[in-house]
Design a protein around this ligand. Sequence first.
Ligand code: SF4
Ligand code: SF4
Length: 331
Amino acid sequence: MRFPISLYVSMTWYLFQKSMRKEKRFPLVLMLEPTHRCNLTCAGCGRIREYRDTILEEMTLEACLKAVDEADAPVVTITGGEPLLYSSATELVDSVLARGRHIYFCTNGLLLEELLDRFRPDSHFTWNIHFDGSETVHDRIIGRPGGFRKAFAGLLAAKDKGFRVSTNTTVYRETDLADLEELFTQLTAAGVDGILVAPGFSYEDVTGDVFLTRHEIMHKFEEIRRWGRRFPLISNPIYLDFVAGEHALQCTPWGNPTRNPQGWKSPCYLITDTHYPTYRELMEQTDWNHYVSGEDPRCAQCMVHCGFEPTVVLQMNGKDLLRMVKWNLYV
Ligand code: SF4
Ligand code: SF4
């Protein structure tokens, strides 16, 4: 099973409640960035560049939990920066789990093996480890020889201790599909529960021509989406059809709101016009229609999963639902 059944139950109940209340805009996943500090400086990373002047700041535990309560989303992605460097990482995880939320904890894996004993396996908790290619390619992208081996040792240790583990791979212009196949074969053999694969997205603060245009994304994902039966891909298959160019979707920028030490990032995970002090101000003061329309030039090449996967979930009909159930069961 690609996703735990408890996540399906939580999400279905949440969507039912929202529909009963006739709420129009609500989040599915909170992207929580308690700090932007990181022990790497990856070439394609926008976060450490956009927030370079405030990179040592971190949210208090209370501010993190207030954000979890304000957004009230069933899933919390704890990301950064490297969230294992956050001073209250363990307390944050325990407190979010105590609220019944599902956690995807994104990490580059360098500290995972060392810090694993501070966490306990839970059906609502998944490590999400970043791998951008096979050993040589990954180490080159992250600029750290030995980084792949360290992260992979963390992955094996986490699986050994009974944690759910998924991985996250960004596809860049230079990504070689044969190399990705080699990586996914290795990860599948290691017993990962899920492999998330998504196109890299362009940040104003990242120089160099590493990001794909929509046309290039479609070309690469035409092949990648065929791997769904060989590997435990957890990128939504309807979203993968979109990135392969099979159909169009509008963005749902409020579906995965981002909270970081500067506030609630508006309008989306990818682009920043401003930060609001409260979730309510984010929702009430952002001109959502402008971004949904795709008029903003910064949206032109964007197919990022945190903008478009919520659209898939919110527009799902009975046929799509059946397809999703079969896909989750590898039928
Ligand atoms: S590990 Fe993540 S946060 Fe750190 S530099 Fe790389 S992409 Fe950025
Ligand atoms: S299309 Fe992309 S950049 Fe534009 S609002 Fe949506 S997620 Fe953000």
